[in-house]
Design a protein around this ligand. Structure first.
Ligand code: FAD
Ligand code: SF4
Ligand code: SF4
Length: 619
């Protein structure tokens, strides 16, 4: 592809991705770009006489369509808007109110539980009569301070980001281009000199279609701001090029799948209600429900990488979770309005990459800002962008170049000295125990939280691909070897994923679709806002070594796929990928059960930049 002639454009700053991190960066930066008399405070280096030329490219179809999140303490975000009440500015936002943490019992007896969890079940069941009104769950009588969202905001982060995007665009100081995936950074040696937009008018393998080929443009800029989230192609390419700092790893992940539901008349939950659940549908799967002011609620589950089963389909588990009596009593009679999924980088600050290099800088979740103790990422991502903007303004004022040394002395120094870093360091080991099981994980989180990070449990960390069990191990004692083999053979013949068949064989009831709250995986694809991927882009999910897929028995990529975009191919052949269905959740990347031979920290799934995906800014 190097022989392809590409158009080049020059900018002063180019940003990749428009999530909360970039929104925080651009909001803070643009406030310093004009003098009081309206003339530019800094002159563009690429267009002398003009203000700084700042471009931002976003993969998703529209601003706010590629992000997720609902409840945030918003401490840092509020500090950026001291004169505004954000609950009045942002559509459908409300102050966080009634908070509950509920332990859900496995009322069906179908989940996989270890002895520690059975002990916890017994303890909660013993105390359930004074812990809530639903006999199948126990509400915690007290919520630890580190989990509380008191004083925070319940809002769709998509709507928040859309609101910020509109403000920025109307300022005329920034150009934000949605539907424009960035495929890679442009390197000169170890220096990043710009970004390359994805090629258009190519076939699924990336070969140019002579009639329509539009090579992705190169945007050169002295500073590239990478805020492309947990699985962004640009951040991943930088990590491939530079590696991670000694001792850091990205072993812990989760996929969050959620739905926005129109609540029935009978639901008495107040706007601002925040509910977190644990214990069901599997011990490792956490759930949430947040109530908006317009009688809708955002609810969903997180399936983490330490849930070792290869049959880890989030959608089926979401449906079982929704039907748990503790949740169902609030939503029965309601209607599912939209739906989506996205990965979370759960290693937090442990997964921090090199934050800077010559010509580039990392912000947001891809830079390790998620607080894995408080389960929050939006406020932290935003604040990393604010800290970067302050550093960039420093350098602009001194007219100093965006070298690694200068970015370290401004942005990284600020970040290290900030409360953000102090909080992330306290949270650093909060999830360690989960690598050894749910019970130890809960103990570890509690210990870290109650001692402000001073005491933790230790565990041996492994990449997800090295911990996924075989099908036989997963279903031992629940499905006979013979039945398992027959089911696997039948699913392969029918070209279907294994999960529905195996879960029913293991004791889960079949889901009775009602077309309102419970619908087939295929039908729900049309419930997310925009569903069409623009044509003319290459497949962004590929398999590094198809021969590994040919002998792979677990095929976790198929089982986890949030959108049935990865499905069984012909028998003995690698899975097939349908890019029009893919919602870019990134779960296949960390859920593949086979390590890459050349780098065991990575898997056999390659995830590039693509356009489209199913999202709305509600999710
Ligand atoms: C289901 C779910 C629920 C969550 N709930 C909460 C919550 O309630 N509270 C909370 O605080 N946190 C929550 N989080 C975490 C929170 O969403 C993230 O921590 C936060 O959004 C990170 O912000 P970011 O800007 O770093 O990245 P992102 O929000 O991931 O934004 C990155 C942007 O970059 C774009 N992008 C990616 N690749 C490219 C590319 N190659 N070219 C161009 N654009 C690209 C993406 O489309 C996206 O818009 C939740 C996460 C999930 C998945
Ligand atoms: S991508 Fe990974 S999980 Fe999927 S078939 Fe190939 S090796 Fe197996
Ligand atoms: S193929 Fe797309 S939808 Fe499926 S898991 Fe991968 S990123 Fe998610």
């Amino acid at each position: 592809m190097s022989a392809i002639e590409r158009m080049k454009m020059e900018a002063d700053i180019v940003c990749v991705g428009f999530g909360p991190a970039t929104a925080g960066f651009l909001t803070t930066l643009t406030r310093a770009l004009l003098k009081e008399d309206g003339t530019p405070a800094f002159e563009s280096k690429v267009m002398p006489g003009m203000p700084l030329q700042i471009m931002c490219y976003e993969r998703a179809d529209d601003i706010g369509f590629g992000v997720s999140g609902v409840v945030t303490k918003a401490t840092f975000i509020k500090a950026s808007f001291p004169d505004k009440d954000l609950t009045k500015e942002i559509p459908n936002a409300v102050a966080a109110g009634d908070e509950k943490v509920a332990y859900l019992f496995d009322y069906l007896g179908a989940s996989q539980r270890d002895p520690g969890t059975m002990f916890v079940d017994a303890v909660f069941k013993g105390g359930r009569f004074f812990m809530g009104k639903c006999p199948e769950a126990a509400e915690l009588p007290w919520i630890p301070p580190f989990l509380r969202k008191e004083g925070g905001i319940v809002m769709s982060i998509g709507s928040f980001v859309s609101w910020i995007g509109a403000e920025l665009m109307s300022s005329g100081l920034v150009q934000i281009w949605p539907g424009t995936p960035v495929s890679e950074p442009v390197f000169e040696g170890d220096k990043v000199v710009g970004v390359r937009l994805a090629d258009q008018g190519v076939d699924l393998q990336g070969n140019p279609d002579p009639a329509n080929f539009m090579p992705g443009m190169d945007i050169h800029a002295p500073l590239v701001v990478v805020g492309d989230g947990p699985v962004g192609a640009v951040g991943r390419t930088l990590d491939d090029h530079f590696g991670l700092p000694e001792g850091n790893h990205q072993h812990d992940w989760a996929v969050g799948m959620k739905a926005v539901i129109e609540l029935p008349e009978s639901c008495t939950l107040k706007p601002g209600t925040v509910i977190h659940t644990l214990g069901y549908p599997e011990q490792e799967i956490f759930g949430f429900m947040y109530v908006y002011p317009d009688r809708t609620a955002s609810l969903g589950i997180f399936v983490p990488s330490w849930f070792d089963s290869p049959v880890r389909t989030t959608y089926t588990y979401l449906q079982h979770w929704m039907q748990h009596p503790y949740i169902w009593r609030h939503i029965e009679g309601g209607r599912l309005r939209s739906w989506g999924a996205k990965s979370l980088q759960e290693s937090g600050v442990r997964g921090e990459p090199y934050l800077t290099g010559d010509g580039y800088v990392r912000i947001g979740e891809g830079s390790g800002t998620t607080n894995v103790l408080t389960n929050s990422g939006v406020d932290e991502a935003w604040h990393s962008g604010v800290l970067l903007a302050e550093g960039v303004i420093d350098l602009l004022q001194r007219d100093e170049p965006f070298t690694k040394a200068n970015l370290d002395a401004t942005y990284v120094k600020r970040r290290r000295e900030d409360k953000l870093n102090a909080d992330l360091q306290k949270a650093k080991r909060a999830r360690d125990g989960f690598q050894d099981g749910f019970f130890k994980g809960m103990m570890g989180t509690g210990m870290t939280g109650m001692t402000n990070g001073a005491m933790n449990v230790s565990s041996q960390s492994r990449p997800p691909s090295q911990r996924i069990k075989t099908l036989l191990e997963t279903f031992a004692g629940r499905i006979s070897e013979q039945d398992l083999a027959a089911a696997v053979a039948q699913c392969a013949k029918d070209k279907q994923p294994l999960h529905d068949t195996l879960m029913v064989l293991a004791g889960w009831p079949e889901i009775k679709m009602d077309g309102e709250l419970l619908m087939s995986h295929q039908d729900v694809l049309f419930k997310g806002g925009k569903v069409q991927a623009a044509g003319g882009f290459a497949n962004h999910v590929t398999f590094a070594h198809p021969e590994i897929c040919r002998t792979c028995k677990e095929r976790t990529c198929i089982e986890i796929c949030s959108a049935q975009a990865i499905m069984p191919g012909e028998e003995g052949e690698p899975p097939e990928f349908d890019r029009e269905k893919c919602i870019h959740c990134g779960a296949c990347v960390w859920s593949c059960s086979k390590a890459l031979p050349e780098d065991p920290e990575k898997t056999n799934v390659l995830f590039g930049a693509g356009s489209g995906g199913l999202h709305s800014n509600e999710n």
